[in-house]
Design a protein around this ligand. Sequence first.
Ligand code: SAH
Ligand code: CA
Length: 238
Amino acid sequence: MENTRNQVSTKNPTLLQSEELHEYILKTGVYPREPNALKELRIATANHPMAFMGTAPDAGQLMAMLLKLVNPKNAIEIGVFTGYSLLLTALTIPDYGKITAIDINRKAYEIGLPIIKKAGVEHKIDFIESPALPILDKLLENPEKEGSFDFAFVDADKNNYWNYHKRLMKLVKIGGMVIYDNTLWGGSVALREEDVPEAKREWRQCAIEFNKLISADPRVEMSQVPLGDGVTICRRVC
Ligand code: SAH
Ligand code: CA
């Protein structure tokens, strides 16, 4: 198999040195422990033309463990697609927990919904079909919503990540966690622009700017994890 180290991967995305190492990690510690409902949803998504957008199972596994540690009662997700990260969150948070899940398009969510229902966690989900920014602004009109979320997962339009962050720094409580997906954008953030396919350049630039801003943001502690397509884990500290 080709070594993707200095290239932008086009298939099963990994930032690791080799596809073999990625497969090894998935087969050894991820797939054998993946809950059946998540496996089912991942397989149901596999034939979707945009299946690559689904959260990477290895990154998802880390997220599930962090969620168990945070034990959120009130979560928010921006960018649902067929619902892998949403189901993962719903399966992990307590039974009385709630997730406000926002996506501009409900169609892909309909693929995952029967599996979410079967898993018995739909009651935790409030799905809103809308662009996310106006929903966050609407939430912020209510002062009671400030600091009311313990967890946020951001996985939608990359050009708005900083706009989401500004709002989430009010909506998520101090001590709460915010995770941003795709922050290494296929590894392209470390390549020269001319070596990156044109279609990936705009969001590469967004990721570069977001990574610079978040690194300098004293409101959060952060860790840039090179799992999946790059996951930035933040904890609000002030
Ligand atoms: N977290 C998902 C993957 C999300 S893919 C999973 O685990 O499978 C990105 C999603 O963001 C797409 O479903 C797309 O419809 C949605 N999206 C794009 N722009 C958006 C916007 N402005 N507001 C809300 N959702 C948006
Ligand atoms: Ca993603």
